[in-house]
Design a protein around this ligand. Structure first.
Ligand code: SF4
Length: 124
């Protein structure tokens, strides 16, 4: 009598890609979603990059922009990835992105840098 053999196990546990690669992919998607629609895009107006940006000024500058949420998420991703890869400090963040000052982006950027470090060290 033939016996029915179970097929060999093909299921392999797969781990997710490194966090930095996931975040880079998300950043690329956001760039595509924004698609140059930010009101500062292509502008040589450097008011958005001024040191000493106040919350009020950041809100006013970005207020009419159609993509503030995408822009803010992209800023946090880019800044965290840059600090993780090249060093630097969240205290050096400046300018208005997504209507939010560098100082106000520093906490989410710091948290993301910590997650990137933890992910990298977990994979060693
Ligand atoms: S939210 Fe502000 S910084 Fe971002 S694209 Fe719009 S105008 Fe530029």
């Amino acid at each position: 009598m033939d016996t029915i053999m179970a097929p060999p196990a093909t299921h392999q546990e797969t781990s997710p890609p490194p966090l930095d690669l996931q975040l880079r992919a998300e950043a690329r998607s956001l760039v595509e979603a924004i698609d140059g629609r930010g009101i500062c895009s292509g502008s040589h107006d450097n008011r958005w990059f001024a040191q000493g940006m106040t919350r009020r000024k950041a809100r006013i500058l970005c207020g009419p922009c159609p993509v503030p949420f995408e822009c803010l998420r992209l800023a946090v991703l880019e800044e965290a990835l840059a600090i993780h890869a090249f060093g630097g400090s969240v205290h050096d963040l400046h300018g208005a992105r997504g209507g939010v000052t560098g100082r106000d982006r520093s906490q989410p950027v710091k948290e993301l840098v910590e997650r990137l470090k933890a992910d990298a060290s977990h994979r060693r």
